[in-house]
Structure formats: structure tokens, C-alpha cells
Design a protein around this ligand. Structure first.
Ligand SMILES: *Cc1c(COP(=O)(O)O)cnc(C)c1O
Length: 422
């Protein structure tokens, strides 16, 4: 792992020896106006399109054209149980049991639905802990839940902050917060992989800590799903939510995923918002029955889902199923370490990587802080054919995605950065 070399020959050799290199051909790689492939390092924001996606969606379009409403039961992939076709492979991606996972709604909507069930404030225990640098949507969602229950959204929110001069969060500091305020906290809600720093948290450790203090624990795994081994079941978390358009390559705004731990699967007394899709499948269409909730994560569904979006998710999950998250993880660690190696070769004083250097505490994203840089640097990179992501004030986020990025992508990216910085 550590015998990296500079130079294009080394990158070419790595690609030639990469057992996953052929998967790149299964994706559409965006091109510049001269028809050259761009260096796409933005899979953490919007994953690329599998070439197979079109066929999966076309199948449903055709069945809809030919069968109309009969497609619910007679389509090649019948629409009534369509979400079930995604469950097994999605549960493998996030390390859960099938009964714990469902694909439904969108990410922030799912976060709210989970909080309806797992944020149960009382007069003495109503606060919520999030990361100080949580993704804005998560912060807004959590604040609005506090207000919804009649609490002040500043007083009720506890931020787990990085120390002065640091970016990464320390578990000791979360322990200190919980030792002090644990009995006031109803919910600990953390981003499994922080979107800004790329820090991959120890979900099990956080869950244990929260549970020890009597709190519910949930994770937003938007940047974790399809990127790292989440092992959601073993983490013991009460719930988790994620999207499928980042590392899961299912298209802009595609549906989200949701995890509810098995220990809650048969608890019918949990408060929740419901709809006909959370009702017993056997009697759903009798339409007049008393509500009878489906056990497991499926019991949080509300509506019959958009099949076209689910077809795109199926196309992507079939690729994940074939490769396996373990192999992906191996390449991810290797490719990211190579990227880190080349960036360090560029010089320590201009470039600082704020993502953890421990490979187990990060996924494939590196957040690169460039001294005295502003947005112009990002624009120059874009002009040079590198698609990355800029975060104010001075951070470029790049995600070498193991499914479709190559060692040569990384080599060329760093060469271009070097030329711009010169
Ligand atoms: C991408 C992302 C979101 C986006 O939420 P949507 O509801 O899908 O628009 C929310 N939270 C986190 C942590 C994210 O990374």
C-alpha cells in the first residue's frame, strides 16, 4: 500500500493491475467540448450514470406503455412490490438486515419521518446533539423539529464542535458533552461521514455513548452509503437515512434510503406518520381495514413510490451487488492513499489535507485546503478539465470513486493542480 511512486508510468501500471478497472467502462464519463473525458472527482455530490440505467428505465416505460395499470402486477418487474427488489442489495451496501432497510422518499424527508418516531422529547429531556459543521439540511431539519415541539431551536441544540484550530471532531469532546448534558438529550444525530471534512465516524462508539446516556441515536449517511462499510446493524443505531444520488449513482434527486434497527421492527406503539404503503400488504387494497402496520423499515413508507427512479436505483445496486462493498472499499483505500501521497509530494506548506489520514476514519473523499486560495483556483481546475467541489473559504473536495475513477485520473488531477499553483 505504501510503495507509491510519482510519474505517469506508475499510475498506468496501477490501472493495469486494478481488478475493478473494467467497471469504468460501465459508466458515462462526462466530456469536455473537444470530446475529451473530464477528470470527474465529484461522485460525492452526484454520482455518474451507469450505461445500464437507460435500459432499466426503458423497461418500465415500455411496460407502462403496453400494460397501463396492469403493470402494477404484470410488468416484468411488477410495480407493487418493486421496492422489495432493492432491499437485499441495499441492505448489503449499508451492512444491515433486509427487514431494517427500505428505499423511499428523499433524504431530508426521511430524516423528518425518523424524528417523528425517534425524537420523543419530554419536559426534561428534549435536546438534540449534532455536529457543529453538520450539512445545512440536517441542521435546518433538526431545528424545525425542536420548534415543532415548542422548544427554542438555539437552546435545544447542542453542537459537537472541533477544538480551536482543528477541523476534526474528537470523541472525548462528545463524551464531555454527554457527561454534562446527557440527561437533557433526547437525540444524537450525526452525519456518518462528515460532508466537509470527510471524517468517517465510529458509528458504534457514538451509538454506545448515546445509549449509555439514554438518548436515541441516528445517522445521516448521505456521504457514507456506497462509500464506506457502515455496518449499520452492528452499530446499534436506532435509525439512519441516506440518499442514492451521491456514491450510489442513481441520478439527480433520486429516492433516499432508510434504516430502522431490528429491535424496533415489531414495535407497533412507536409513534409515526403513516400512509397506505405502511399498511399490511395483504389487506392494503381492501381499503377499509383498520390500520395494520408492516413490521420493519417498510412500515415507515407512505406512498406508492416512483418506479422510474427506483429503476435507476436498481441499475446501480445491481453493479454494487456484482462488485461487492468489500472489494470497492479495498480499491477506495488504495486510490485515496495514492491521491494523498501525490498531494504530499506537492509540498506541505501550500497544501493541507483536512480529512483524517487514518484510512479507517475516512472514505474516498479528500478535503484539500490550499493556502491563500480562493474560488479562482477551483475555476482554473474546472477549466483544466477537473470536476471537483469548492467549499468556502478555501477547501476543494475531491472524491476518487473506486467504481469509475482511475489512478491516471488522480495522477492527472495532481499534475494540473501543480501547474496551476506554479
Ligand atoms: C446531500 C446531503 C443532503 C441532501 O438532502 P436531500 O434531502 O437529498 O436534498 C442532506 N444531508 C446530508 C448530510 C447530505 O450529504
Amino acid at each position: 500500500m505504501s510503495n507509491y511512486k510519482t510519474g505517469l508510468d506508475f499510475a498506468k501500471k496501477q490501472d493495469a493491475n486494478d481488478p475493478l478497472s473494467s467497471y469504468r467502462e460501465q459508466f458515462h464519463i462526462p466530456k469536455d467540448k473537444h470530446n475529451n473525458e473530464l477528470i470527474y472527482l465529484c461522485g460525492n455530490s452526484l454520482g455518474l450514470q451507469p450505461k445500464s440505467t437507460k435500459n432499466y428505465i426503458n423497461q418500465e416505460l415500455e411496460d407502462w406503455a403496453n400494460l397501463g395499470v396492469e403493470g402494477h402486477t404484470h410488468a416484468k418487474n411488477p410495480w407493487l412490490p418493486y421496492h422489495e427488489f432493492l432491499t437485499t442489495s441495499m441492505s448489503k451496501v449499508v451492512g444491515a438486515k433486509p427487514i431494517e432497510v427500505v428505499v423511499m422518499n428523499t433524504l431530508t424527508a426521511n430524516l423528518h419521518f425518523m424524528m417523528v418516531s425517534f425524537y420523543k422529547p419530554t419536559t426534561t429531556r428534549y435536546k438534540i446533539i449534532i455536529e457543529a459543521d453538520a450539512f445545512p439540511s440536517d441542521k435546518y431539519a433538526v431545528e424545525s423539529q425542536l420548534r415543532h415541539h415548542g422548544y427554542d431551536d438555539k437552546e435545544g441544540l447542542i453542537l459537537w464542535k472541533a477544538r480551536e484550530g482543528e477541523e476534526l471532531l474528537r470523541y472525548e469532546d462528545l463524551e464531555t458533552i454527554l457527561d454534562k448534558h446527557g440527561d437533557e438529550v433526547a437525540l444524537v444525530m450525526i452525519g456518518g461521514v462528515n460532508y466537509y471534512t470527510g471524517q468517517f465516524f465510529d458509528l458504534k462508539r457514538i451509538t454506545k455513548l448515546g445509549h449509555k446516556h439514554g438518548c436515541m441515536v441516528g445517522f445521516d449517511c448521505a456521504h457514507g452509503a456506497g462509500n464506506v462499510e457502515l455496518n449499520l446493524h452492528d452499530s446499534g443505531a436506532d435509525f439512519a437515512v441516506w440518499c442514492t444520488y451521491k456514491y450510489l449513482n442513481s441520478g439527480p434527486g433520486s429516492l433516499g434510503g432508510c434504516f430502522v434497527h431490528e429491535r424496533h421492527a415489531h414495535n407497533k406503539t412507536l409513534n409515526r406518520f403513516t400512509g397506505w404503503w405502511s399498511h399490511n400488504k395483504e389487506t392494503r387494497f381492501k381499503m377499509r381495514d383498520e390500520f395494520d402496520v408492516i413490521p420493519g423499515a417498510e412500515g415507515w413508507q407512505l406512498s406508492n413510490p416512483p418506479i422510474l427512479s427506483m429503476a435507476a436505483i436498481k441499475a446501480s445496486l445491481d453493479i454494487f451487488e456484482e462488485v461487492g462493498i468489500k472489494k470497492l472499499n479495498q480499491k477506495s483505500k488504495d486510490l485515496t492513499a495514492y491521491f494523498e501521497f501525490l498531494l504530499k509530494e506537492l509540498g506541505q506548506d501550500t497544501i493541507r489535507i483536512i480529512t483524517p489520514n487514518n484510512p479507517d476514519a475516512r472514505g474516498c473523499q479528500l478535503s484539500i485546503q490550499v493556502k491563500n486560495a480562493d474560488r479562482a483556483l477551483h475555476d482554473k481546475l474546472t477549466e483544466a478539465g477537473v470536476i471537483s467541489d469548492w467549499r468556502e473559504p478555501d477547501v476543494i473536495r475531491c472524491a476518487p470513486v473506486p467504481l469509475y475513477n482511475s489512478y491516471q485520473d488522480i495522477y492527472h488531477m495532481v499534475e494540473k493542480l501543480k501547474n496551476i499553483l506554479k
